[in-house]
Unconditional design. Structure first.
Length: 573
């Protein structure tokens, strides 16, 4: 049975390593942060639980995993024209091995690996108010002391295994899409069950169906998915992009999702029903997010506009799926786009195959998982393999599981019990010197992730340098700034249809999780806001002068001490 929780065992011992900052996570965010902070002269080390770099792209090896947004050549780091010139993407929606290979290439090209420690989980991180530093213990039993704790722990990294009765009793193979094994998984000749029809399920299901003897899809909420229309990348586009990269980069920075998608200002009510139908058809054929973002400006804010597009997609489902009863079960009824919009490569078509069965859990609820299959009200579905495509405790989950302890030893899980308050999605009051990349309340999952990581890491680097230049020991948001930020994030979300739907954006997929929209919807305005905050001397944050107990380290690597402080010593390179 898939094991999602990590259980570190070694006892902390040995000398204490000193750094300016440690970064937790070697995914898209952590890799860039390491590069950037190192270049700024900070001593930094990255700790990563996986056996390789890549974060979510290292773990998500399930069949069919690929970028399901406007992909190449824009889902990449933008800061280096060399990288843009050197890396050849094959498809418009690169598959997981390609994205992972790209991130590995970046790690090598920028010589990042020497400062990354793999297969090392952070098992404790607590802020020492006297020393103004974080004291950290790893699963390998190491002790680290650093001024800044940079959490690049991923937004979709805390895999969620639902508490279905009997889930640990299944005797066959069982895998979670977010913790897929390194070795090849064969479906040949097997009766496979997939629970979950979000992005991961919708990508995996057509691939598994091609190999398996039989596939049973357990669907709780039917979803709208739009054809991704993945295709080989046009060499002419690549040439143009490479030649005009600075201008394209500026365009990406200025666009609402950090992606080159045409955003229309036209409202659905400005067109007739026939005109809307014709536009939807054109954008459906184009594929990808165009249907959602380039059709009408009010799709995500106006119920009627949304209904017209939703009905169009429901029509496509009825057209595609031959068995009307199956088609009916696949028809979604929430506001389109308010759960993460899915893109697929032949999802609805898969239900025309003879070896695929759809179980609608809303009319035939799941009762339990048995050693040999899944029991629903109408009977038992015998299975050799179970795939849990059940998603993540998104955006906050990995931070809460890390559970750093801030002022007074209070853990983040306690602080965030009823609401995930942050300031700018970067800082948290009572957690001095803890800085997040893609934290809750930043655009994170609603913005091009590599580009967002660059922009946030740059802000973090500037902030650290502000402290260094002024001999400051600590920075932390005020509770007022945090509360105002929370209201701003909520107000942006409340102006849309997002809060009307149960989604992981709202925390609704995790029992007991506060219902709260997880991201700032401002896009480029967000990045403008955080720059303004910095320009105004980090308005909304408070600083502490450095106390004597603080240890200053210089560029180039850790200091080792056998007590927790070494006042006045600075590291040699
Ligand atoms: O997870 P999800 P995901 N019984 O939470 C169902 C990103 N991503 O891994 O909708 C039965 O979306 C649940 O049902 P319901 C992307 O941002 C990116 O698919 O809650 N079913 C749902 O169908 C995405 O949005 C890429 O009713 C249960 C499914 O499991 C995010 O990751 C690829 C259940 C979970 O869907 C998460 O996607 C993949 C239960 N007890 C993912 N519990 C790329 O860009 C849950 N479900 C490559």
């Amino acid at each position: 049975m898939v094991n999602i929780q990590q259980s570190p065992t070694a006892t902390a011992q040995g000398p204490i390593k000193q750094y300016d900052a440690i970064i937790i996570g070697a995914g898209v965010g952590g890799l860039y942060a390491l590069h950037h902070l190192r270049k700024m002269g900070f001593s930094v080390r990255v700790y990563e639980g996986a056996a390789g770099v890549g974060g979510t792209w290292w773990w998500n090896r399930y069949p069919g995993a690929r970028v399901d947004g406007p992909g190449s050549p824009f889902y990449c780091y933008t800061f280096s024209e060399d990288l843009v010139r050197e890396w050849d993407w094959a498809d418009t929606q690169p598959d997981q091995p390609s994205v992972l290979a790209y991130l590995e290439y970046v790690a090598d090209r920028l010589d990042l690996r020497r400062d990354i420690q793999l297969e090392t989980w952070i098992r404790d991180a607590r802020y020492d108010e006297e020393k103004q530093r974080w004291l950290v213990e790893t699963s390998a039993g190491e002790r680290i002391c650093c001024q800044f704790l940079i959490c690049a722990v991923g937004t979709l990294s805390a895999a969620y295994k639902p508490n279905i009765p009997g889930i640990d009793d299944f005797a066959g193979e069982c895998y979670h899409t977010g913790r897929w094994p390194q070795e090849t998984v064969s479906f040949v000749g097997k009766r496979v069950g997939v629970i979950g029809t979000g992005s991961s399920g919708v990508q995996a299901i057509p691939e598994i169906a091609r190999e398996a003897a039989h596939l049973t899809v357990f669907q709780r909420t039917p979803q709208y998915t739009i054809p991704a229309r993945n295709r080989p990348l046009d060499p002419e586009l690549v040439r143009q992009v490479r030649e005009n990269w600075p201008a394209i980069r500026a365009q990406l920075n200025a666009s609402p999702a950090g992606m080159p998608i045409e955003i229309t200002k036209r409202l659905a009510s400005e067109d007739t029903a026939e005109q809307r139908q014709a536009l939807y058809e054109e954008l459906w054929q184009k594929g990808g997010f165009h249907l959602l973002f380039s059709s009408y400006a009010d799709i995500l804010t106006d119920k009627e506009a949304n209904r017209s597009l939703a009905e169009f997609v429901r029509g496509k489902i009825r057209e595609t799926v031959r068995d009307p009863k199956t088609a009916e079960k696949l028809l979604p009824d929430y506001y389109l786009g308010t759960k993460r919009q899915l893109l697929d490569n032949g999802y609805y078509e898969t239900f025309n195959r003879d070896n695929v069965t759809l179980v609608d859990l809303r009319e035939d609820p799941m009762q339990k998982i048995t050693p040999t299959g899944v029991r629903t009200t109408t009977g038992e579905h015998q299975l050799d393999m179970l795939v849990l495509a059940t998603g993540y405790d998104a955006v906050t989950g990995a931070l809460v599981r890390l559970n750093p302890k801030g002022r007074g030893g209070v853990g983040l899980s306690e602080k965030w019990r009823t609401r995930f308050n942050t300031y700018l999605g970067i800082g948290i009051s009572d957690f001095p010197n803890l800085l997040m990349i893609h934290g809750p309340g930043s655009p994170s999952v609603l913005f091009n992730m590599p580009l967002g990581a660059e922009l946030e890491s740059t802000w973090i680097g500037d902030c650290m340098s502000y402290l260094r230049e002024r001999g400051l020991g600590a920075i932390e948001p005020t509770p007022d700034a945090e509360q105002n930020w929370d209201q701003e994030v909520a107000a942006l979300a409340n102006a849309t249809l997002y809060p009307l739907t149960d989604s992981w954006y709202m925390g609704a997929n995790i029992p007991g999780k506060p219902r709260q929209f997880c991201a700032h919807l401002g896009g480029p305005l967000y990045f403008q806001r955080i720059s303004e905050v910095a320009a105004q001397g980090y308005e909304g944050f408070v600083f502490e002068q450095k106390r004597d107990g603080g240890v200053t380290t210089a560029t180039g690597g850790p200091q080792e001490t056998d007590s927790e402080t070494a006042p006045g010593r600075s590291a040699s390179i």
